[in-house]
Design a protein around this ligand. Structure first.
Ligand SMILES: Nc1nc2c(ncn2[C@@H]2O[C@H](COP(=O)(O)OP(=O)(O)O)[C@@H](O)[C@H]2O)c(=O)[nH]1
Ligand SMILES: [Mg+2]
Length: 271
Protein backbone atom coordinates (compact mmCIF):
# COMPACT_ATOMS: atom_id res chain seq x y z
CA UNK A 1 0.00 0.00 0.00
CA UNK A 2 1.43 3.36 -1.00
CA UNK A 3 -0.33 6.54 0.06
CA UNK A 4 0.20 9.48 -2.23
CA UNK A 5 -2.36 12.19 -2.76
CA UNK A 6 -1.65 15.42 -4.57
CA UNK A 7 -4.65 16.13 -6.78
CA UNK A 8 -4.69 18.95 -9.34
CA UNK A 9 -6.46 21.40 -7.04
CA UNK A 10 -3.58 21.19 -4.55
CA UNK A 11 -1.10 22.00 -7.27
CA UNK A 12 -3.29 24.98 -8.15
CA UNK A 13 -3.46 26.09 -4.50
CA UNK A 14 0.30 25.82 -4.16
CA UNK A 15 0.71 28.06 -7.23
CA UNK A 16 -1.87 30.49 -5.84
CA UNK A 17 -0.07 30.71 -2.49
CA UNK A 18 3.21 31.30 -4.32
CA UNK A 19 1.71 34.14 -6.36
CA UNK A 20 0.22 35.80 -3.28
CA UNK A 21 3.35 35.60 -1.15
CA UNK A 22 4.97 38.79 -2.43
CA UNK A 23 2.21 40.81 -0.72
CA UNK A 24 2.15 38.80 2.48
CA UNK A 25 3.71 39.88 5.76
CA UNK A 26 3.15 36.86 7.97
CA UNK A 27 2.53 33.19 7.23
CA UNK A 28 0.28 31.35 9.68
CA UNK A 29 1.20 27.72 9.44
CA UNK A 30 -1.45 25.42 10.89
CA UNK A 31 -0.32 22.08 12.28
CA UNK A 32 -2.48 19.32 13.71
CA UNK A 33 -1.22 18.84 17.28
CA UNK A 34 -1.92 15.11 17.02
CA UNK A 35 0.73 14.84 14.30
CA UNK A 36 2.45 18.25 14.22
CA UNK A 37 5.78 17.28 12.75
CA UNK A 38 4.08 15.22 10.06
CA UNK A 39 1.91 18.26 9.27
CA UNK A 40 5.00 20.20 8.27
CA UNK A 41 5.05 20.09 4.52
CA UNK A 42 8.50 20.70 2.99
CA UNK A 43 7.05 22.40 -0.08
CA UNK A 44 5.01 24.83 2.04
CA UNK A 45 8.02 25.46 4.26
CA UNK A 46 10.08 26.25 1.20
CA UNK A 47 7.44 28.70 -0.02
CA UNK A 48 7.38 30.54 3.29
CA UNK A 49 11.09 30.49 4.08
CA UNK A 50 11.65 34.24 3.62
CA UNK A 51 8.60 35.32 5.64
CA UNK A 52 7.93 35.54 9.35
CA UNK A 53 6.04 32.38 10.27
CA UNK A 54 3.61 31.76 13.11
CA UNK A 55 3.27 28.02 13.74
CA UNK A 56 -0.13 27.16 15.19
CA UNK A 57 -0.24 23.80 16.96
CA UNK A 58 -3.97 23.41 16.66
CA UNK A 59 -6.45 20.89 18.12
CA UNK A 60 -4.45 20.66 21.32
CA UNK A 61 -7.66 19.62 23.08
CA UNK A 62 -7.35 16.30 21.20
CA UNK A 63 -3.60 15.91 21.69
CA UNK A 64 -0.93 15.22 24.30
CA UNK A 65 -0.34 18.80 25.37
CA UNK A 66 2.93 18.19 27.22
CA UNK A 67 4.44 16.52 24.16
CA UNK A 68 3.08 19.26 21.87
CA UNK A 69 4.65 21.99 24.01
CA UNK A 70 7.95 20.15 24.02
CA UNK A 71 7.91 19.92 20.20
CA UNK A 72 6.67 23.49 19.78
CA UNK A 73 9.63 24.98 21.63
CA UNK A 74 11.78 24.41 18.53
CA UNK A 75 9.60 26.82 16.55
CA UNK A 76 10.54 30.02 18.29
CA UNK A 77 13.23 32.16 16.71
CA UNK A 78 14.10 35.51 15.18
CA UNK A 79 11.51 35.20 12.43
CA UNK A 80 9.17 32.62 13.85
CA UNK A 81 6.97 31.99 16.83
CA UNK A 82 4.35 29.46 17.86
CA UNK A 83 0.98 29.12 19.55
CA UNK A 84 -0.56 25.98 21.04
CA UNK A 85 -4.34 26.21 20.79
CA UNK A 86 -7.86 24.96 20.34
CA UNK A 87 -9.45 27.00 17.54
CA UNK A 88 -12.96 26.07 18.52
CA UNK A 89 -12.84 27.96 21.82
CA UNK A 90 -14.24 31.41 21.33
CA UNK A 91 -11.67 34.15 21.85
CA UNK A 92 -8.83 31.61 21.69
CA UNK A 93 -7.33 33.39 18.71
CA UNK A 94 -6.67 36.71 20.48
CA UNK A 95 -3.11 35.62 21.05
CA UNK A 96 -2.73 35.05 17.30
CA UNK A 97 -3.50 38.69 16.54
CA UNK A 98 -0.87 39.82 19.03
CA UNK A 99 1.69 37.47 17.54
CA UNK A 100 0.89 38.58 13.97
CA UNK A 101 1.46 42.19 15.00
CA UNK A 102 4.68 41.35 16.75
CA UNK A 103 6.02 39.30 13.80
CA UNK A 104 5.15 42.23 11.48
CA UNK A 105 6.60 44.83 13.82
CA UNK A 106 9.39 45.87 11.49
CA UNK A 107 6.92 46.80 8.73
CA UNK A 108 4.50 48.47 11.14
CA UNK A 109 7.30 50.61 12.62
CA UNK A 110 8.72 51.47 9.19
CA UNK A 111 5.34 52.83 8.05
CA UNK A 112 4.60 54.45 11.40
CA UNK A 113 7.73 56.59 10.97
CA UNK A 114 6.15 58.02 7.82
CA UNK A 115 2.88 58.54 9.69
CA UNK A 116 1.10 55.69 7.94
CA UNK A 117 -0.91 52.96 9.66
CA UNK A 118 -0.20 50.04 7.37
CA UNK A 119 -2.33 46.96 6.70
CA UNK A 120 -0.77 43.63 7.69
CA UNK A 121 -1.60 40.68 5.49
CA UNK A 122 -1.39 37.14 6.78
CA UNK A 123 -2.05 33.90 4.94
CA UNK A 124 -3.19 30.69 6.63
CA UNK A 125 -1.65 27.57 5.16
CA UNK A 126 -1.42 23.93 6.18
CA UNK A 127 -2.44 20.39 5.43
CA UNK A 128 -6.16 19.68 4.89
CA UNK A 129 -8.37 19.45 7.99
CA UNK A 130 -5.86 21.09 10.35
CA UNK A 131 -8.41 23.77 11.28
CA UNK A 132 -7.44 26.67 8.99
CA UNK A 133 -10.99 27.83 8.29
CA UNK A 134 -12.01 27.34 11.93
CA UNK A 135 -9.15 29.58 12.99
CA UNK A 136 -10.09 32.24 10.42
CA UNK A 137 -13.66 32.17 11.73
CA UNK A 138 -12.41 32.46 15.28
CA UNK A 139 -10.28 35.44 14.28
CA UNK A 140 -13.15 37.32 12.69
CA UNK A 141 -15.65 36.31 15.32
CA UNK A 142 -18.11 34.95 12.79
CA UNK A 143 -18.45 32.10 10.37
CA UNK A 144 -16.97 33.57 7.20
CA UNK A 145 -14.98 30.55 6.14
CA UNK A 146 -16.64 27.20 5.52
CA UNK A 147 -15.38 24.38 7.77
CA UNK A 148 -15.91 20.62 7.95
CA UNK A 149 -14.30 17.59 9.55
CA UNK A 150 -12.80 16.14 6.40
CA UNK A 151 -10.23 17.09 3.82
CA UNK A 152 -11.16 19.35 0.92
CA UNK A 153 -13.85 21.65 2.35
CA UNK A 154 -12.25 25.01 1.49
CA UNK A 155 -12.22 25.40 -2.27
CA UNK A 156 -10.95 28.93 -2.91
CA UNK A 157 -8.52 31.26 -1.21
CA UNK A 158 -10.48 34.07 0.48
CA UNK A 159 -9.50 37.36 2.24
CA UNK A 160 -11.17 38.66 5.39
CA UNK A 161 -10.52 41.61 7.66
CA UNK A 162 -10.05 40.73 11.33
CA UNK A 163 -9.61 44.22 12.80
CA UNK A 164 -6.44 45.96 14.04
CA UNK A 165 -5.58 46.57 10.38
CA UNK A 166 -4.98 42.89 9.79
CA UNK A 167 -6.29 41.04 6.76
CA UNK A 168 -6.17 37.33 6.60
CA UNK A 169 -6.48 34.83 3.79
CA UNK A 170 -7.75 31.27 4.20
CA UNK A 171 -6.47 28.68 1.72
CA UNK A 172 -7.43 25.12 0.83
CA UNK A 173 -5.17 22.47 2.35
CA UNK A 174 -2.15 21.19 0.51
CA UNK A 175 -0.11 18.04 0.92
CA UNK A 176 3.30 17.00 -0.31
CA UNK A 177 3.73 16.73 -4.05
CA UNK A 178 5.46 13.47 -3.28
CA UNK A 179 4.73 11.74 0.00
CA UNK A 180 7.91 9.68 0.13
CA UNK A 181 7.73 9.12 3.87
CA UNK A 182 4.90 6.65 4.33
CA UNK A 183 5.10 6.92 8.09
CA UNK A 184 4.16 10.60 7.67
CA UNK A 185 1.46 9.70 5.14
CA UNK A 186 -0.18 7.31 7.58
CA UNK A 187 -0.17 9.82 10.41
CA UNK A 188 -1.79 12.37 8.10
CA UNK A 189 -4.42 9.83 7.27
CA UNK A 190 -5.06 9.05 10.93
CA UNK A 191 -5.72 12.71 11.71
CA UNK A 192 -7.98 13.04 8.66
CA UNK A 193 -5.72 15.17 6.46
CA UNK A 194 -5.76 12.54 3.77
CA UNK A 195 -9.18 11.24 2.82
CA UNK A 196 -9.93 7.65 3.74
CA UNK A 197 -11.04 7.01 0.17
CA UNK A 198 -7.42 7.36 -0.94
CA UNK A 199 -6.57 4.11 0.83
CA UNK A 200 -8.26 0.80 0.36
CA UNK A 201 -6.77 -1.21 3.19
CA UNK A 202 -8.19 -0.06 6.51
CA UNK A 203 -7.07 -3.25 8.21
CA UNK A 204 -3.40 -2.66 7.48
CA UNK A 205 -3.80 0.95 8.58
CA UNK A 206 -5.50 0.08 11.85
CA UNK A 207 -2.73 -2.40 12.65
CA UNK A 208 -0.17 0.35 12.03
CA UNK A 209 -2.07 2.75 14.25
CA UNK A 210 -2.27 0.17 17.05
CA UNK A 211 1.48 -0.34 16.71
CA UNK A 212 2.25 3.38 16.81
CA UNK A 213 0.07 4.01 19.86
CA UNK A 214 1.41 0.96 21.71
CA UNK A 215 4.95 2.21 21.15
CA UNK A 216 4.34 5.78 22.24
CA UNK A 217 1.63 5.26 24.86
CA UNK A 218 1.99 1.71 26.14
CA UNK A 219 -1.10 0.41 27.89
CA UNK A 220 -3.47 3.09 26.63
CA UNK A 221 -5.14 0.89 24.02
CA UNK A 222 -5.74 -1.91 26.50
CA UNK A 223 -7.76 0.41 28.68
CA UNK A 224 -10.17 0.90 25.80
CA UNK A 225 -10.05 -2.37 23.88
CA UNK A 226 -9.00 -4.99 26.43
CA UNK A 227 -5.87 -7.15 26.57
CA UNK A 228 -6.18 -8.71 23.13
CA UNK A 229 -5.16 -5.99 20.70
CA UNK A 230 -5.48 -8.11 17.56
CA UNK A 231 -8.33 -6.95 15.33
CA UNK A 232 -10.08 -10.20 16.07
CA UNK A 233 -9.73 -9.54 19.80
CA UNK A 234 -11.14 -6.05 19.37
CA UNK A 235 -14.02 -7.33 17.20
CA UNK A 236 -14.80 -9.99 19.83
CA UNK A 237 -14.82 -7.45 22.62
CA UNK A 238 -17.07 -5.12 20.67
CA UNK A 239 -19.37 -7.87 19.44
CA UNK A 240 -18.59 -7.29 15.76
CA UNK A 241 -19.70 -10.74 14.60
CA UNK A 242 -20.37 -11.70 10.97
CA UNK A 243 -21.47 -15.25 11.71
CA UNK A 244 -20.75 -17.79 14.41
CA UNK A 245 -17.00 -17.71 15.09
CA UNK A 246 -16.36 -15.17 12.32
CA UNK A 247 -15.55 -11.62 13.32
CA UNK A 248 -15.86 -8.40 11.37
CA UNK A 249 -12.23 -7.26 11.21
CA UNK A 250 -13.04 -4.42 8.85
CA UNK A 251 -15.45 -2.95 11.36
CA UNK A 252 -12.90 -3.40 14.14
CA UNK A 253 -10.30 -1.60 12.03
CA UNK A 254 -12.66 1.30 11.39
CA UNK A 255 -13.53 1.47 15.08
CA UNK A 256 -9.85 1.83 16.04
CA UNK A 257 -9.24 4.61 13.51
CA UNK A 258 -12.48 6.37 14.38
CA UNK A 259 -11.82 6.15 18.12
CA UNK A 260 -8.41 7.70 17.59
CA UNK A 261 -9.92 10.56 15.57
CA UNK A 262 -12.61 11.20 18.16
CA UNK A 263 -10.04 11.14 20.96
CA UNK A 264 -11.71 8.14 22.64
CA UNK A 265 -8.43 6.27 23.11
CA UNK A 266 -6.83 9.22 24.85
CA UNK A 267 -4.95 12.40 24.12
CA UNK A 268 -2.26 11.24 21.74
CA UNK A 269 0.43 12.97 19.74
CA UNK A 270 2.06 10.81 17.09
CA UNK A 271 4.66 13.53 16.21
N1 LIG B 1 -11.30 19.52 18.64
C1 LIG B 1 -10.93 20.46 17.77
N2 LIG B 1 -11.44 20.46 16.54
C2 LIG B 1 -11.05 21.44 15.68
C3 LIG B 1 -10.13 22.45 16.05
N3 LIG B 1 -9.96 23.28 14.98
C4 LIG B 1 -10.74 22.78 14.00
N4 LIG B 1 -11.41 21.69 14.41
C5 LIG B 1 -12.34 20.84 13.61
O1 LIG B 1 -11.58 20.24 12.59
C6 LIG B 1 -12.36 20.11 11.42
C7 LIG B 1 -11.64 20.75 10.23
O2 LIG B 1 -11.64 22.15 10.39
P1 LIG B 1 -11.48 23.16 9.17
O3 LIG B 1 -11.36 24.51 9.77
O4 LIG B 1 -12.53 22.93 8.14
O5 LIG B 1 -10.07 22.67 8.60
P2 LIG B 1 -9.31 23.16 7.28
O6 LIG B 1 -9.51 22.07 6.28
O7 LIG B 1 -7.87 23.26 7.69
O8 LIG B 1 -9.89 24.48 6.89
C8 LIG B 1 -13.71 20.75 11.74
O9 LIG B 1 -14.60 19.71 12.10
C9 LIG B 1 -13.41 21.64 12.92
O10 LIG B 1 -14.52 21.81 13.75
C10 LIG B 1 -9.59 22.41 17.38
O11 LIG B 1 -8.75 23.22 17.78
N5 LIG B 1 -10.03 21.40 18.19
MG1 LIG C 1 -10.72 25.06 5.16
Amino acid sequence: MKINWFPGHMKKTMAEIRSKLANIDVVIYLLDARAPISSINPSLSKLSQDKPVLYVFNKVDLADEARVRELAKNYKGAKCDYVVMNSILSGASKVIKQKILSLAKEKIDRFAKKGIKTVIRAIVIGVPNSGKSTLVNNLCGKAKAVTGNKAGVTKMTQWVSIGDNIEICDTPGTLYPNLEDQEVAKKLLFVGSIKDEVVADNIELALELIDMIEQKYPGLLKTRFGDDLSLEGIAKKRGFVISKGEYDLDRAANAVIDDFRKCRIGKITLD
